[in-house]
Design a protein around this ligand. Sequence first.
Ligand code: C5P
Length: 294
Amino acid sequence: MIDSAFRVAAQGKINLGLRVLAREVGGYHQLETVFARLDLADELVVTIGGAGRSLDVQGADTGPVEGNLAWRAAHLFAELVGWPAAFRLELTKRIPVGGGLGGGSADAAAVLRALNAAAPAPASQAALLRMAFHLGADVPFLTTEFALALAWGRGERLLRLPTIDSRPVVLLVPPFGVATAEAFAWLAADRERDGAGGAEPALIAPAGNIDWRALEALAGNDLEAPVRRRHQQLGAVLDALRAALPDRWIDMTGSGSTLFALDASREVATSLPEDWGVLETTAPAAARPIERLE
Ligand code: C5P
């Protein structure tokens, strides 16, 4: 018997600036980033009850079920909260996979939000964020309802930033992805070779309100250099876009491979290699509410 069902928009993110600080003994890196939630979302339907546990993914190949972050999030929640015994997850993928847009993390975050909203004895906000942290660096932000946040640590320390006006964003999606672990390993190897430490000291002191101009001071992604060295086409596209549109904010999101152009229109894609994809969305976007289906 089905107890209840919910539909959630699993919204992705872009990183407006990403600094990679020290490498921890365990290999992880301390980060400093500004997350902006995207309107672009996967669709997740969570059905609670019925028989057993299942996951159905449409629209993209996300690999084996056991590795799927939404699946892992549901199991982790069920284990720690002791509920629900049975569930069905139906995912429709729209966010490119392996693109630095937080697609898998958004799915995991949507599962945590939906299950906690439905749970007879919900987890505390702190416990929910601990689960999110366990699932990956992008999951805590996406589990909140923040549109915009400064994040540090491994992405689990979050300062909500005041909402600013939402802007159009064009996403330029290469035919190849970049594995997060690989991008961080390339950066670590480059730094070791160059005898370089982590990112420079920074002082974030916006004069007055946070606005786009204040955020632009944080632009730049420490993973860009190591990624473009291994993916020269990505570097060439970035250079061409920046030369053609010097007054637009154009950067790589996360560990790539997706590039974003802020305040740009689809025309930004005219000279793109044929096998790249283009998606139009907006950021920062408010978190959409969970919809109860039955
Ligand atoms: O957080 P996520 O699971 O996406 O990270 C994948 C891998 O990327 C980690 O296992 C680690 O090797 C690397 N990483 C890192 N420092 C971070 C985030 C990720 O070194 N802050």
